[in-house]
Unconditional design. Structure first.
Length: 144
């Protein structure tokens, strides 16, 4: 069976995904709800299912009081899909990951030990050397 890209059941490509930064200045869900209602003017599809990165760097002292399940549900109510958290203290990383959110700090949602168990080592496949390309022929001189 041929392994050309068109015969495989999946194709992987590089993509750029845009996400809205949801910068929290409070961990109070009532205040957040009121602010979102004011921002959107009550329009239910204002955010149109955008991805959201929750930035909690500015509320480091309050971050431990965030009810992640309620916050994610509240954002979903306004059609914001929480996908990651930025600026979280290390003590909250496991709790954030437990709510299926990634950390936007260069690490993934998988812990190193889990990643090794879940992702098998890639098989080493020799790549045949490509035939050398012929030298280009010079273009003819323009007629005078």
């Amino acid at each position: 069976m041929s392994k050309s890209p068109s015969s495989l059941p999946i194709e992987i490509k590089i993509s750029t995904v845009v996400a809205i930064s949801t910068i929290l200045h409070s961990a109070d869900p009532i205040a957040i709800d009121a602010a979102l209602k004011q921002m959107t003017g009550g329009v239910s599809d204002f955010f149109e299912d955008e991805f959201a990165v929750i930035d909690i760097a500015g509320i480091a002292e309050e971050a431990g009081r965030i009810d992640w399940e309620s916050l994610v549900a509240l954002l979903r109510k306004y059609r914001l899909n929480a996908v990651a958290v930025r600026g979280a203290p290390a003590a909250l990383h496991d709790l954030i990951r437990a709510h299926d959110l990634f950390l936007d700090d260069g690490s993934s949602g998988l812990q190193a030990g889990n990643r090794e168990r879940e992702m098998p080592a890639a098989a080493t496949v020799p790549i045949e050397a490509a035939a050398p390309m012929p030298a280009p022929t010079p273009a003819p001189a323009p007629a005078a």
